[in-house]
Design a protein around this ligand. Structure first.
Ligand code: ADP
Ligand code: MG
Length: 338
């Protein structure tokens, strides 16, 4: 008798869920990425009890047919790549095909979806990854995913969640990062049934001022550079305006939210002595590189990237920011007014 068992999918999904879904904010991130990948132009995200009771994302994207709707919660089931080579040319935020499998394994999960060309949609419900309901649904074209009672079957994880205030903060950060990255999408958000925002215009400054404070846009320097190797666009804070010790930094690579120590350090160094000691500058920066130059498949959370030519990226990033910041002729002593 062999002692090694091949784990059933449902168990495997529950185990790997630990890497993809750390907290409600991870669910929000994955669902928003799917909505963006589906080509949605309008996305509504609703949470209740900081996502512990409900995370719901409604999009008007391409939707799924019946077969795909049933398949989307399977492990390693994705419409975004079909071969390993395609990993080098990713044009989508998702590619691992494990988010919905993981999320549905540790929640009460419901999906309603309809393609524009279908007259009726489909609704599926799962509990802990087990299918419990399947039927037709009258719904608008697009997809609605509702994730209820996250970690209801993983008590250790549920207990580990922080207060609603803290969990909501993580959710809001995650939503904010996407809302800033995709101004062409109309984003709406509800927290415990209260509307927080509904951005209908594509004006990025409306969003910047909403999130960071009235007139915040005035304290920004535009970064605008294209060369053969990369392009870097966005905004960084004027040095003298960095009143907050830790300003927020949003750095995107090919429109993907990422965390990268090397880039954060390069940013810090580009300001050099212009920053008050231990202060970090504000940044909302979009770095674009040939897809062959980056590897996103570093961790299941897809928050890290590896650069093929890290040195060149670092040097160019540093030089561009430095030039933008120095061109302002600001110093901490000037007091922040022109
Ligand atoms: P991935 O995004 O890595 O492909 P997911 O588990 O997040 O994996 O989703 C699995 C598949 O389900 C996607 O590849 C896509 O085909 C489909 N899907 C998920 N969410 C949506 C959505 N909101 N609209 C349309 N299709 C979706
Ligand atoms: Mg996905």
């Amino acid at each position: 008798m062999p002692r090694i068992n091949r784990l059933p999918d449902i168990v495997a999904n529950k185990i790997s869920a630990g890497e993809v879904v750390q907290r409600p904010a991870s669910v929000v991130k994955e669902l928003l990425e799917n909505a963006v990948d589906a080509g949605a132009t309008r996305i509504t995200v609703s949470v209740k009890e900081a996502g512990k009771q409900l995370v719901q994302v409604i999009d008007n994207g391409e939707g799924m047919d019946e077969e795909d709707a049933a398949r989307c919660v399977e492990r390693f089931a994705t419409s975004k790549i079909s071969s390993a080579e395609e990993l080098d040319a990713l044009g989508t935020l998702g590619f691992r095909g494990e988010a919905l499998a993981s999320i549905s394994a540790v929640s009460h999960f419901e999906i309603r979806t309809r393609r524009e060309s279908d007259s009726v949609g489909i609704q599926l419900r799962y509990e802990g990854g087990e299918p419990v309901e399947k039927g037709m649904a009258a719904c608008d074209p697009g997809t609605m995913v509702s994730v209820r009672n996250l970690f209801y079957n993983v008590p250790a994880r549920r207990k580990f969640l922080k207060t609603n205030a803290t969990e909501f903060k993580h959710i809001f950060e995650s939503v904010k990062a996407q809302v800033l990255a995709y101004p062409e999408i109309q984003w709406q958000m509800f927290n415990d049934e209260q509307e927080l925002f509904d951005f209908k215009s594509t004006d990025i400054f409306e969003r910047i001022n909403f999130f960071f404070g009235e007139d915040f846009a005035e304290s920004l320097i535009e970064v605008h550079e294209d060369n053969d190797f990369l392009s870097l666009h966005g905004y960084v804070g004027k040095p003298a305006m960095q009143k907050r010790q830790k300003s927020e930094q949003f750095i995107y690579v090919n429109r993907r939210v990422i965390q990268n120590r090397m880039l954060s350090q390069a940013l810090q160094q580009a300001y050099g002595e212009l920053l008050i000691e231990r202060h970090t500058p504000f940044a909302l920066l979009f770095l674009r590189l040939d897809t062959q130059q980056i590897d996103v498949n570093v961790h299941p959370s897809k928050l890290e990237v590896k650069f093929e030519d890290e040195r060149s990226v670092r040097t160019m990033f540093y030089t561009i920011i430095k030039k933008a910041v120095r061109s302002q002729d600001f110093s901490p002593d000037v007091g922040g007014v022109c």
